[in-house]
Design a protein around this ligand. Sequence first.
Ligand code: MG
Length: 472
Amino acid sequence: MARTNDTGSACSRQAVDVRNDPRRALPSASQRHHADREIAERKPNVEPEPTAAKRGVGQCSRSDGDDDALDAGRSHPGHEPERNLVRGRLLDRRRRQRRGGVHGATVDVTSLDPVATTSTSILAHLDLDAFFAAVEELEDPSLRDKPLVVGGDPRSRGVVSTANYVARSFGIHSAMSAAEALRRCPHAVFVRPRHVLYRQYSRAVWDTVAQIVPRIERTGIDEGYLDLGTVARDFVRARELASAVQTSVRATTRLTCSLGIGTSKVVCKIASDRRKPGGITVVPAGREARFLAPLAVRLLPGVGPRAEERLRAASVDTIGGLAALGDTELKAILPGSLGKLLRDRARGIDPRALELEGEPVSVSAEDTFARDISEHDVLHAEVRRLAEVVAERLRASGLSGRTVTAKIRYGDFSIRTRSTTLSAAIDDATTIGDVACGLLDRGLRDRPGALRLVGVGVSGLSPYRQLSLEQS
Ligand SMILES: [Mg+2]
C-alpha cells in the first residue's frame, strides 16, 4: 500500500476569512495607531530600543507619485502570463474583493484540500515590501507619507538598508550610500535599523504563513519560499492561497508582502518583484521562459556585476538573450559551469528544492552498555531495539530515509561507522534493523572486538513516505 504525504492536513482546516471574523478584521484608518501600539505590546520579549534617531530635516512635500519604483523594468503588459491565467473567474473575484474594500480579504481556504502529489512543483517566493521601513512606519505612523531611509549615518559612511516607497521615488534604493540618498532627497528622514524589533515582526509573519503553508524555506528576515504544491493542486488555487497568505500577514502584522508563484525558485524570486508592493504574479508551468525573456539580464539571480558586464559586452541584455545562447557562444562569454547554470535559469530550469527548516538531517539512537559486549546475539538484539526507536521517531516526524548507518564504539573508545544507501526510503523497524545488523556484522568483520556502544541512524530523509522495500 502506498503511503502518501500528509503534511497538508492541518492547513486544510485553516480559515483566513477575515470578512466574517471581527477578531481578524483589518483595522480602519482611525484604528491604526491603536492597532500599531497593540502589535508592539503583543510582541513577545520586546526589548526596549532607543527611538530611532532622526537626522532628516523637515518634511518633504512631494507625495508618493511613483510607489512602484522597483517595477521600472516591467515587461509589456501583453507579456504578463498572469493576465491570461487570471482572466474570468479570478478577475471577477478581484472585482468582488475590491467592492468589499479589502483586497484579498475574502479568500476562504477551508475548501483547499491537502494535495498528496503534484506532477509539477508549485512554489512561491514571498517578499515583505520595504520591510524595515514598513515596520518603522507602523511604529511611527507620522513617517508614512515621508521619504524614509532606514540605514547608516548619511554624514559618514553609512549605507541604505531599506527605503520606503516615497524615498524610492527619489531614486533611493538599498545598498546605496546614505550620503547619496541624502543628496537625492535632502528632506528624507533617516533612522537607524532596529533589528531586534524587525526580528519580532518577522517571527510573527512566518508563524502566520506557516499556518497556511506548512512547508517553508526562510531565506532572509523578510523573504522565503513556500511549497504551495503540498496544499494547492493547480496554479489557480495557488494564487488563492497566496492571497490568503497576504491577508493573514496583513491582519496579523499590518505588513504587506508580494508573492511570485511558479515552478522553480528562480522564476518565483523574479516574479515576486514584478508587482511590488502587495502584488501576486503567477507564472504557470510552461510559461517560464516567456515570462523571463524580456527582463533585463541583471535581474536573474546569479548574474553579478561581472557576469552582467560580460553579457552586455556581447550584446546580451535580456534573460531571453542569455537563454538563446548556443554552447559555443556561452562558453566564450561565461566559461565554466556558471555559464551553463545561468543559461538554465534563464530558461526557467532550476532544480533547487526547498531547504526546509526544522527537519532533521538524520534520525538516530544509540546506547552505551554497562560493560563491553562481544556476544553476537546480544548486539543484534540491541541494534534491533534501537531500530525500533528510530522507526518510531521517523514515523512521528512523517519522514523516511534511504541511508542506514550503524555506529560502533570499541572498549578503547575508537568509533567506526558503516552505512548503506537503499534504492527506496524506509521507515519500518524490521527493515532498518535488518540493514543495521548487516552493517554491524561488516564493522565487526573489519575489526573484531567487544563493543562499548552501538548506534543506529537513518539519513537521506524525505518528507514523503515512499514504498518500503517489502512493499515495492
Ligand atoms: Mg523585501
